[in-house]
Design a protein around this ligand. Sequence first.
Ligand code: SF4
Ligand code: SF4
Ligand code: SF4
Length: 316
Amino acid sequence: MEQRLRHEAKALLEQGKVDWIIGFEPGSLKFTTTPLITNDKNDADRLVINPFIVNNLANFLTEVKGRVGIVAKGCDSRSIVSLIQDNKVLRESVVILGVPCLGIIDLSKIERLVTKDRNELDDIIREGDKVVIRVDGEKKEFPTTQALFDNCLACEFPTPQEYDILLGEPKPAAPNLAQSRENIEKLEGMSPGERWDFWKNELNRCIRCYACRNVCPACFCQRCFVEETEPQWVLPVPRWQDNLIFQIVRNIHVAGRCTDCGECQRVCPVNIPLRSLAREMYDLVDELFHFKAGMDKDARSLMTHYEEKEAEEFFR
Ligand code: SF4
Ligand code: SF4
Ligand code: SF4
């Protein structure tokens, strides 16, 4: 896939079919990749595809001007489609280089499994349904269900739903919803009081860095409500009460746009379990409206149209 990607990306730039390529290159830290945004065809040889291509690159589409070739995993392609539905991106301005995805390795889980820092590991390799780790001259194997991000365990659409060039064979979906929802089910098992205390404690740790918002392709407002001063919806100081309002409103804003890409939780520097909120909203949208984000570029976006049969009289 990597060789094909390099070839296709170079050809797209050479033939003037795109102005930019957005993909991944090796990161400066072990077992990482970093986004590569380039208009130089010679950079195509730096592009990589491996089990560490974690970023949802759709987030850059609203910022890079011109025609763009973009590398997209299943969830990323749905974010792109959702942006097209919201008229934030023109379909004809994007060439989607689709990656049938096997799931992304969660380095935090790997560190817990082998009780070592990632810098102490010699290698991490994906082999079928196992992840093989070489450390201190030993080989340790774990099932992928223990090593992938929770959202990847739940993935229903690993192959991009919308693409121009598919870089490999489509991958069958094998979602393990029970395992991916373990944290959510723990929360559902709590009493309302316990749940309130849980989120109060978690959101007390929020430093309001806005990484969760900035990394999210579904959070595309030019001016976020948290920055409004007239009226001021929330205080800029990270009090837990204001942090709670921030997360509640953010989740309502991304309802019907969130593809469960998991990026908000991954980037949180204080490890607040934000996917528990995002996935719960994703499932609610599916249950109430039979709608999954980013499945059909020609469908109306969930929150921008009304129907005569709306349940709420207020809308009719
Ligand atoms: S959610 Fe699916 S498409 Fe997205 S990174 Fe995980 S396995 Fe790949
Ligand atoms: S990424 Fe975490 S710490 Fe930063 S604003 Fe979001 S919840 Fe708060
Ligand atoms: S809310 Fe989180 S999981 Fe949903 S699209 Fe945004 S970053 Fe991805």
